[in-house]
Design a protein around this ligand. Structure first.
Ligand SMILES: Cc1ncc(C[n+]2csc(CCOP(=O)(O)OP(=O)(O)O)c2C)c(N)n1
Length: 342
């Protein structure tokens, strides 16, 4: 079987337009608290979710809206949930990090690594109650350093459970570079637990689709878990309004804003020794300068754009599809806002 980009691209674009609408709501102050989006990881999500069917479970991280949307959850219900509306997907009590859908057997959590036990629970129940059904866990590479995810992967291997563990590696856990806190190779770590590992380009939805097709078929036919590792970028950084992204987008402006407080903190009396201050300053400046070659500056890493460029030869079909998706997003937004008390 081969992937159909005319089915995968709409999933990704729908998610991108939807997240852009969420970002506008957040910037307008209609959504309170932090907002973690998955902008940039659409290919990883779409390439996997496209294989799911009734009875399959999904365990999601703090960037779960896109996967729910692609799975078929009502976009208006998700938006109302993010707006804190009692008519939202979880009665307005969950917010964007604790989204649940009973209908689609999907649960998200803001606890990093919690996708492991949730997916293994789904898979264990599938093994008894819904043979042939599988579970997927989506998580960032930071979660690979969380004990409960390792314990879950171990059990999935020992009990031969039908799980696909999907690691979306953007290289960062908030402001920590993952390479500074991660030992060894993550694929080898999975293999060490007896789980086969496959690595794919997280920008290439067809590659993700192909790799997850084999892994999911393997799980459905009783051959146990697989670890899928995909590198991707998060164009909005850790959350909306993330300062490092502001630096990536406009280094001169952001640097001029932080230069004075940084210089003041360096010369102010009291506090750490000069040597330590110098080391701190060097680290900050190195991180800031590294943003100049940050992969998030490069639109070649945008999975939606990559897929679109392949479909461009059929301009009329592409345009019709994009117009339709834009209309759907706008009407979901209007419906969600219509119900929000002012
Ligand atoms: C158990 C736990 N520890 C710490 C946190 C705080 N925290 C929230 S997101 C995050 C970074 C997660 O990085 P990663 O798993 O790579 O996912 P990403 O945000 O990059 O998608 C951390 C440490 C948390 N929510 N849960």
């Amino acid at each position: 079987m081969s992937p159909d980009l005319w089915l995968l691209y709409p999933l990704m674009l729908k998610s991108r337009l939807y997240e852009e609408a969420i970002a506008r709501l957040w910037h307008d102050g209609l959504i309170s608290g932090e907002m973690h989006l998955g902008t940039g990881e659409e290919a990883v999500i779409a390439g996997v979710v496209a294989h799911l069917r009734e009875g399959d479970g999904m365990a999601l991280d703090h960037r779960g809206s896109a996967a729910l949307l692609m799975r078929g959850v009502d976009p208006v219900l998700i938006l109302r949930e993010l707006l804190g509306h009692s008519g939202g997907l979880c009665g307005g009590m969950g917010g964007h990090m604790h989204l649940f859908s009973k209908e689609y057997l999907a649960a998200s959590s803001g606890i990093v690594g919690a996708e492991g036990p949730i997916a293994v629970g789904f898979a264990l129940s599938a093994q008894y109650l819904r043979p042939g059904a599988i579970a997927v866990a989506f998580f960032g590479e930071g979660a690979m350093n969380q004990g409960m995810l390792m314990e879950s992967m171990n059990l999935a291997s020992a009990w031969n459970l039908p799980v696909l563990f999907v690691c979306k590696d953007d290289g960062w856990a908030i402001t920590t570079r993952s390479e500074k806190v991660t030992g060894g190779d993550l694929n080898e770590r999975a293999r060490g637990l007896g789980i086969p590992a496959a690595e794919v380009d997280g920008c290439d939805v067809s590659a993700v689709w192909q790799a997850s097709h084999s892994a999911i078929e393997r799980a459905r036919s009783g051959h146990g878990p697989t670890f899928l590792y995909a590198r991707c970028v998060h164009f909005e950084g850790h959350f909306l309004g993330f300062q490092m992204i502001r630096i990536v987008r406009d280094p001169l402006k952001e640097m001029s804003d932080i230069a004075v407080p940084l210089a003041q903190s360096f010369v102010c009396p009291g506090g750490a020794a000069l040597r330590e201050r110098l080391a701190g300053l060097k680290t900050i400046l190195a991180d800031v300068f590294s943003t100049l070659r940050d992969p998030r500056r490069d639109s070649a890493n945008d999975p939606v754009r990559c897929a679109r460029s392949i479909l461009q030869s059929d301009t009329a079909r592409l345009q019709a599809l994009e117009d339709q998706l834009e209309k759907e997003t706008n009407s979901a937004l209007a419906a969600a806002l219509a119900e929000v008390p002012s």
